[in-house]
Ligand binder design. Structure first.
Ligand code: ATP
Ligand code: MG
Length: 259
């Protein structure tokens, strides 16, 4: 069973500290949700876990099954079983969706263990049908010209094809119509097993009606300031974030003054 452990993580972007001591543990079989106001560092956390070069870890640790993730190159992190569905998926012109997926799967399986073309096609057809995707999406260039919702659904296709140990889904629900939200949720629920842990970043409790999280965390000003169960998400939906600020005595961040 996989365990992603984040301890006292501090991350800076261009010299400015964004994450100020994040502690979190996601185990196989668990679904965690992170909620929090805009600009509090949720996507920064996912970028730091995946090794985006702009995000400098200045303190703390990230381990996957005891292995130091911070020592790994970006591709090694994916090979080790980490996966990120990005808030803003990138478009890659000239590479078809199917080619991209096959290379990604083979990179994950490693040399000598590549998936056969037959097996790949069967799996791709099966997952695309499950996600009610039009088969021509496989042969279009990755995310190029995809609608917002199509991109999100395509991220879930990647998730289902790659079968990571730990997945981070950054606002996978943003821009989805109601039917698409159900299909994307169905995909995530299909992945649920003791071999799969998931960290879902979302603004809306609505998604969590379909994917029931085991834990809900609130991130504010670069820290996880409160954790609870699904009822926490319901309270946030109803009341917003002010009550947490009051409860914890958090002041609205002062605008930094130029010296
Ligand atoms: N590449 C970057 N360059 C400059 N500033 C950045 C960069 N990435 C993040 N930041 C800053 O770090 C802070 C946190 O951003 P982040 O994207 O992590 O927020 P978030 O919690 O995901 O917000 P949202 O809910 O709006 O997606 C913001 O003030 C943002 O401007
Ligand atoms: Mg974000």
């Amino acid at each position: 069973m996989a365990v992603l452990t984040i301890k006292d993580l501090h991350v800076s972007v261009e010299g400015k500290e964004i994450l100020k001591g994040v502690n979190l543990e996601v185990k196989g079989g668990e679904i965690h949700a992170i909620m929090g106001p805009n600009g509090t560092g949720k996507s920064t956390l996912s970028s730091a876990i995946m090794g985006h070069p702009k995000y400098e870890v200045t303190k703390g640790s990230i381990t996957l099954d005891g292995q130091d993730v911070l020592e790994m190159e970006v591709d090694e992190r994916a090979r080790a079983g980490l996966f990120l569905a990005m808030q803003y998926p990138s478009e890659i012109s000239g590479v078809t969706n199917a080619d991209f997926l096959r290379s990604a799967i083979n990179a994950r399986l490693g040399e000598g263990n590549e998936i056969s073309l037959m097996k790949f096609i069967r799996k791709l057809d099966e997952k695309m049908e499950f996600l009610e995707m039009n088969s021509d999406m496989a042969h279009r260039y990755l995310n190029e010209g995809f609608s917002g919702g199509e991109k999100k659904r395509n991220e879930i296709l990647q998730l289902m094809m790659l079968e990571p140990k730990i997945a981070i889904l950054d606002e996978i629900d943003s821009g989805l119509d109601i039917d698409a939200l159900k299909i994307v949720s169905k995909g995530v629920n299909e992945m649920r097993s003791s071999d799969f842990g998931c960290l879902i970043i979302t603004h809306y409790q609505r998604l969590l009606n379909y994917i029931t999280p085991d834990y809900v965390h609130v991130m504010m000003q670069g820290r996880i300031v409160k954790s609870g169960g699904p009822e926490l998400a319901q309270r946030l939906e109803a009341e917003g974030y002010d009550w947490i600020k009051k409860e914890l005595g958090i002041e609205d961040e002062m605008i930094e003054q130029e010296a």
